[in-house]
Design a protein around this ligand. Structure first.
Ligand SMILES: Nc1ncnc2c1ncn2[C@@H]1O[C@H](COP(=O)(O)OP(=O)(O)O)[C@@H](O)[C@H]1O
Ligand SMILES: [Mg+2]
Length: 296
């Protein structure tokens, strides 16, 4: 598991990809694997519809850190709450901090300022691994928003650093941008299915990471692959049961899309099968065992 050895040295692992491809499941499985090897790991979920906790069978986080094992925790993080926390830190007089936070101007600028919420989340992750918070961790695995937003999240610090030079915000943006662009500190894991749209988005995201951040992803994880179809005949036979036709067709798409991906990406790639259990701790157990066997 060379990939796992590499991930053991990273301090931030960002898992991104199109919605529904398995980001949350893969985040949870990576968390189990790295924490079992001794890395103190915090899983950060941004999606307000919490689902990470379901894989561990714990209560939802509601913003708090939920301990799963001594080495593994999860937290659902709402960007607005992080920005508010920063205000409270800078303005230690609660009534004044509250006035600022509840003012319409503040609310509008948090929602409207491009990249501010993304910066807040990444900043929270960075301060967690740098030990500036009480709840420090060796590594944060970020279950990032779906591709488009994931990409703008990764580029946000750089965009801001270029727009605002100097000052506290400019400095913080520069520090974050450097951290994300540094492949020794931060890993970007692109999750995808071997289907046309997710593969297209993955190819575009690889190009964007290279062009904008000057770095490739650490690996592409191709999830939910149908098993090879037994027998040779690639075309449908008359009177074949629909389930077999589906299997044959999906697998043909998988193979075509894997080939297309291979033309754009020659780096680390893992192929993960479609598992028979569709949710919860059982699925997570199976995914952990599968990744332990399949990761390159
Ligand atoms: N390899 C797999 N085999 C079977 N089901 C999977 C697999 N990976 C994910 N799932 C299921 O697919 C759905 C989407 O996965 P999820 O991790 O929530 O994706 P995302 O976070 O990208 O939206 C979930 O119901 C999950 O349990
Ligand atoms: Mg998810």
């Amino acid at each position: 598991m060379k990939l796992v050895q590499q991930l053991m040295r990273r301090r931030l692992i960002v898992v991104t990809g199109k919605g529904g491809v398995g980001k949350t499941t893969l985040t949870a499985a990576l968390g189990r694997i790295l924490s079992a090897l001794g890395r103190k790991t915090l899983l950060l979920e941004i999606d307000p519809r919490e689902s990470l906790h379901q894989l561990f069978g714990t209560e939802p986080s509601g913003g708090a850190i939920v301990k799963i094992t001594p080495k593994l925790g999860l937290q659902n993080l709402q960007p607005r709450a992080v920005v508010e926390g920063l205000v409270r830190e800078k303005v230690p007089i609660p009534p004044i901090a509250n006035r600022i936070i509840n003012s319409p101007v503040f609310r509008q600028s948090v929602d409207g300022a491009p990249g501010l919420k993304e910066m807040a989340v990444l900043g929270y992750a960075l301060r967690t691994v740098l030990g500036e918070y009480r709840h420090s961790a060796d590594v944060v695995i970020l279950d990032a928003p779906a591709t488009g937003h994931g990409a703008s999240m990764l580029a946000a610090p750089l965009d801001l650093a270029e727009a605002v030079s100097g000052g506290q915000l400019g400095e913080m943006s520069r520090q974050l941008a450097d951290f994300i662009a540094n492949p020794h500190e931060c890993a970007v894991m692109l999750a995808t299915l071997a289907e046309e749209m997710p593969v297209q988005e993955t190819i575009e995201l690889i190009a964007l990471l290279r062009k904008r951040l000057g770095r490739p992803p650490e690996a592409v994880l191709v999830n939910g692959l149908y098993p090879p179809f037994p027998g040779k005949s690639p075309s449908r036979r008359a009177a074949e049961p629909p389930s077999l036709s589906l299997w044959r067709d999906r697998r043909a798409v998988n193979e075509r899309e894997l080939a297309r991906l291979a033309e754009a990406w020659t780096g680390t790639l893992a192929e993960l099968p479609l598992l028979p259990l569709t949710r919860g701790p059982d699925l997570l157990d199976r995914m952990v065992a599968t990744m332990e066997a399949e990761l390159p």
